[in-house]
Design a protein around this ligand. Structure first.
Ligand code: NDP
Ligand code: 8X3
Length: 255
């Protein structure tokens, strides 16, 4: 009997991570889902298990907590779960302010989550892949990692870090049979802008007004494709944008 593969998805309680969880469950993959909001994750897990019959494990995990991440990875090992795929998705933007006015705490949250969190999880999980001589890591970057935009300062910097880390990780891991991919989307309608604008839902809604943004499912389809190419194929980098968005700052809005 063929063993089903495990995909580990960080930030699976909403948006792109949740859509990836659905996409991979519907394709028959077992899942390890993590996020801070465990009740939401538990609901998702139960639902996906019932709907698709796959094994879904969910764990409360704050990727900023190194001890928690290390303990989580140790627990997986003990249960004999060795993820074949890691989707480093957990991330956020907080604030949209010029560099001379931004909140330092917003910067800390973005740096700790988007850079250090991604590194902690990768450091904890990649040795399992190395020991098996196979694996795939997909980092969710952003158009903000390809271009800068006004007031994007630290968010853009963190996603530029993801862009650089993706390339560097690949160089460290490809001789161990591990592929490393970046999927870098433009505007995707999720909880992203609610978080960026700290619950100001009106301001968040304006981000997606008068054009069709990507859905989280659009991005999950791309991630699914990257994960399911033949083993001799490695997709390094995908930039996926709404048709109405030509760059980080150019969006064709039509009332
Ligand atoms: P959402 O806010 O909908 O989802 C973010 C997810 O990350 C949630 O599941 C959240 O779960 C999790 N998360 C946030 N902080 C932490 C943390 N410290 N530890 C663990 N999990 C955390 O946004 P998106 O789905 O849009 O964002 C997903 C990724 O996509 C991010 O990396 C983002 O930068 C990137 N991206 C988004 C774009 C967009 O326009 N929406 C475009 C390009 C890239 P919880 O709160 O339960 O912990
Ligand atoms: C999210 C897309 O353009 O708001 O990464 O930074 S953007």
């Amino acid at each position: 009997m063929e063993l089903k593969k495990y995909a580990l998805i960080t930030g699976a309680s909403s948006g792109i991570g949740l859509a990836c969880a659905r996409r991979f469950a519907s394709g028959g993959w077992n899942l390890v889902l993590t996020a801070r909001r465990i009740e939401k994750l538990q609901e998702v897990s139960d639902h996906l298990h019932r709907q698709f019959g796959v094994n879904v494990q969910s764990f409360a995990l704050d990727v900023r907590q190194l001890d928690g991440v290390t303990e989580f990875a140790g627990g997986l090992k003990q249960q004999g779960i060795f993820p074949e795929l890691l989707i480093n998705n957990a991330g956020l933007a907080v604030g949209l302010d010029p560099v001379h006015k931004a909140e330092i705490d917003d910067w800390e949250r973005m740096i700790d989550t988007n850079i250090k969190g991604l590194l902690y999880v990768t450091r904890a999980i990649s040795p399992m892949m190395v020991s098996r001589g196979s694996g795939h890591i997909i980092n969710i970057g952003s158009i903000a990692g390809k271009e800068a935009y006004p007031n994007g300062n630290v968010y853009c910097a963190t996603k530029h870090a993801v862009d650089g880390l993706t390339r560097a990780m690949r160089m460290d891991l490809y001789t161990h049979g591990i592929r490393v991919t970046q999927v870098a989307p433009g505007a995707v309608q999720t909880e992203f802008s609610d978080v960026r604008f700290k619950g100001d839902t009106q301001r968040a809604a304006q981000v997606y007004e008068n054009f069709t943004p990507l859905s989280a499912d659009d991005v999950a389809d791309v991630v699914w494709y990257c994960a399911n190419v033949p083993p001799h194929v490695s997709i390094h980098d995908v930039v996926v944008m709404p048709a109405a968005q030509a760059s980080a700052t150019m969006i064709h809005r039509q009332a």
